[in-house]
Design a protein around this ligand. Structure first.
Ligand code: ADP
Length: 292
């Protein structure tokens, strides 16, 4: 039953607005004794049942490198999700705001945090599908109308397109919106139709065949590492999404960030192997990263 997850409205108070997400407003709040972020869900964004199912999955996942979902409110409109509060906001803003002040250790540990969270999800047979740290600021640019080039990528739910990693008070990076994944038994599936697509973070097989897997998350993770070592730059910043698709198909890849050691760049390139099976798993990456 979902009842055990249902919060008591008496225990939740709302504070200032943090931003507006894909599905509605995100507010600061207090739940019991914790500072929380409350995501409200506009009714038209999701059917009740989809929402409850996602919430059920998300609540069961718990890891120190995932943004924890504490409770849900589904009995009254608007429905909302109550999350652990992340004081330092999204990773891309955080990177840009502190540009020039990151040590090698810090950049490495940011990558390790995310790969720990992802290794946990990989182990649970979840795929994140939108593992990127970029946010609202270049969100619009990240999407394109692929129909114009004859590609019809597909998502089962629009929320799959929301992507984030958030940063805690003590500068830990955590994976967020992982519940906007689907539980997949075979770790691979095709999704339904949609014309919007986060091209810059997507593996070629995702762009071409909507074929998601933990290996396509690994590709996205490679792009995330690139963003960390470029302190929040937009990947392929001077290129349109169409150009990105074309250059990937020619085998071209993002270049080594100036701040990235050779060994880190080799890991990125490993994540961007054309064939999914040639890419590492998160478990394997997690073993490689600390020794760099
Ligand atoms: P969506 O993924 O649904 O589009 P976002 O996750 O982008 O929504 O949230 C919108 C805004 O709220 C962002 O600016 C983000 O920084 C902030 N936010 C989201 N979740 C949290 C959280 N757990 N703690 C603090 N701020 C958050």
């Amino acid at each position: 039953s979902t009842d055990q997850w249902e919060l008591d409205p008496e225990e939740l108070t709302f504070g200032r607005e943090l931003g507006s997400g894909q599905f509605g407003l995100v507010l600061e709040g207090r739940w019991r004794d914790s500072k929380v972020a409350v995501k409200t869900i506009r009714e038209e964004c999701m059917s009740d049942e989809d929402f409850k199912e996602e919430a059920r999955i998300m609540m069961r996942l718990s890891h120190c490198k995932l943004v924890q979902l504490y409770a849900v409110h589904t009995q009254r409109s608007p429905m909302c999700l109550v999350f652990e509060f992340m004081d330092n906001g999204c990773l891309s803003d955080y990177l840009r705001a502190r540009k020039g002040h990151f040590s090698q250790d810090t950049m490495l540990s940011m990558c390790m945090d995310v790969s720990e969270g992802m290794a946990y999800l990989e182990n649970c047979n979840f795929i994140h599908r939108d593992l990127v740290n970029q946010k609202i600021s270049y969100c619009h640019d990240a999407f394109m109308d692929l129909q114009s080039v004859g590609i019809f990528p597909r998502f089962p739910f629009l929320l799959q397109a929301a992507r984030n990693c958030l940063v805690s008070k003590n500068n830990e990076v955590k994976v967020s919106d992982f519940g906007m994944t689907r539980f997949v038994l075979d770790d691979q599936y095709t999704s339904s139709q949609c014309s919007k697509f986060p091209v810059r973070w997507s593996a070629p097989e995702v762009i071409k065949f909507s074929k998601f897997s933990s290996k396509s998350d690994i590709w996205s993770f490679g792009v995330l590492m690139w963003e960390v070592y470029n302190e929040g730059r937009l990947p392929y910043e001077n290129h349109s999404n169409v150009e990105v698709v074309e250059s990937l198909s020619k085998g071209l890849r993002l270049l080594k960030p100036r701040l990235a050691p050779e060994a880190i760049h080799r890991l990125m390139e490993w994540c961007w192997k054309e064939k999914p099976e040639d890419r590492p798993s998160f478990a394997l990456l997690l073993r490689e990263l600390p020794s760099l």
